[in-house]
Design a protein around this ligand. Structure first.
Ligand code: FEO
Length: 382
């Protein structure tokens, strides 16, 4: 696949993977993107996951048409992109390796070699000329590891954005970009909103026609949607209207309360997204919590604490810098309900959390009073 006249895609599709990074369900697989810029000098941009080394080297060989690469540019050292680095460096002994100061100690750690005699160290603003193509490097620390750099090709106006703007799914997966890009973003990069903001400001000064991320499709055409969503997500601003409800339920009563709340909201014309935390994909639930501005948490008291799936969920949110949301609480407990207080305590460190005036306390099955409380909560939330 040609990205431009001189830029060729040599990434691979992973259709066999079950969990990306050991935790994310990827029903449409995953791709590890890699590119080659063919000019007077040739640059290879990143490698792929180790299990695809042979396939990738074959694609690289084909793209080179008998020539030898001069540079391997490493934007990110995570093994899904550096898995074939060692083999590539061995196959092309003249090739130099271009990366940030933070990347070389990682090479030593992952590849047992930091290529000291072949190293070209680059930092923010440095340039690399390949002939007609001139690349500028942009520091992008913590998007998603500390050593990350982006590069920008001034000639073809292409931004190589490392993990940023990536998504789950193989390269050719035909689906809406935003949904799987959001699940990817909030799970993997979401904690580092401030750092994403910093790099977006630098990108705003560039004339970008194409974004080449390390995962997901190459983005072309009108890029404003991608930049707008990344701007909102990294500022922790909701991009969806409505209320997201998250619940756990042991015997169905708390679940019924959550469903009743959803029905009440929808009857008022308010969109409601319902997530049963014991059954849904946790990363999808995390995505919803960040994409909606108003959320409701409903759970039971359990072993003097809260139900385990809700505990994991709230911990995951706070780990990812969850903030600036309106939150409603529904608790259930037959003899000593403490769930609402525990959920509040868990969210104590989250900035900008505003609680609703209405809440719901159930002691077993729903009473008429509970139904009235749910209606009042729905009215306040809608
Ligand atoms: Fe796709 Fe952070 O690696």
């Amino acid at each position: 696949m040609d990205i431009t006249k001189d830029i060729v895609y040599i990434g691979v599709d992973d259709k066999a993977i079950d969990l990306f990074e050991g935790q994310y369900d990827v029903p449409n697989g995953m791709c590890y993107n890699s590119y080659v810029i063919l000019d007077e000098k040739i640059a290879v941009l990143d490698t792929v996951d180790k299990s695809f080394t042979d396939e990738w080297l074959e694609k690289l060989d084909k793209a080179l048409c008998g020539r030898k690469p001069d540079y391997l540019i490493v934007h990110h050292m995570e093994p899904d992109h550096s898995g074939a680095l060692k083999e590539a460096m061995a196959k092309y002994p003249e090739m130099k390796i271009v990366s940030s100061a933070g990347a070389f100690p990682m090479m030593k750690a992952f590849c047992k070699n930091d290529y000291a005699d072949r190293k070209v160290l680059v930092k923010e603003g440095d340039e690399l000329s390949l002939g007609a193509h001139k690349l500028s490097f942009i520091a992008a620390p913590m998007v998603h590891w500390p050593e990350v750099i982006f590069s920008y090709d001034h000639t073809d106006k292409v931004l190589f954005s490392a993990d940023a703007f990536g998504k789950f799914g193989t390269i050719g997966t035909d689906e809406e970009w935003a949904c799987e890009a959001a699940r990817y973003y909030f799970g993997i990069v979401g904690k580092f909103g401030m750092q994403v903001q910093n790099v977006l400001k630098k990108a705003a000064a560039l004339d970008i026609k194409t974004i080449c991320p390390l995962h997901g499709p190459v983005l072309t055409g009108d890029l404003s949607e991608y930049f707008t969503l990344y701007d909102m997500w990294s500022k922790y601003e909701p991009d969806k209207n409505g209320v997201a409800i998250f619940y756990t339920s042991v015997y169905g009563h708390t679940g019924r309360a959550a469903e009743l709340l959803k029905d009440e909201l929808e009857a008022m014309g308010c969109k409601a997204a319902l997530n049963d935390l014991a059954r849904c994909d946790m990363a999808e639930a995390v995505e919803d919590a960040f994409r909606y501005g108003r959320i409701v948490l409903a759970t039971t008291t359990y072993n003097g604490d809260i139900f385990p799936f809700m505990k994991t969920f709230i911990n995951t949110l706070t780990e990812h810098n969850f903030c600036n949301r309106k939150v409603g609480l529904i608790e259930n407990g037959a003899w000593a309900p403490v769930a609402a207080n525990i959920m509040k305590k868990m969210l104590e460190g989250a900035k900008g959390i505003e609680y609703t005036e209405n809440s719901v306390k159930i002691k077993g099955d729903l009473t008429q009073e509970n139904i009235d409380q749910i209606k009042a909560l729905a009215k306040e939330m809608a």
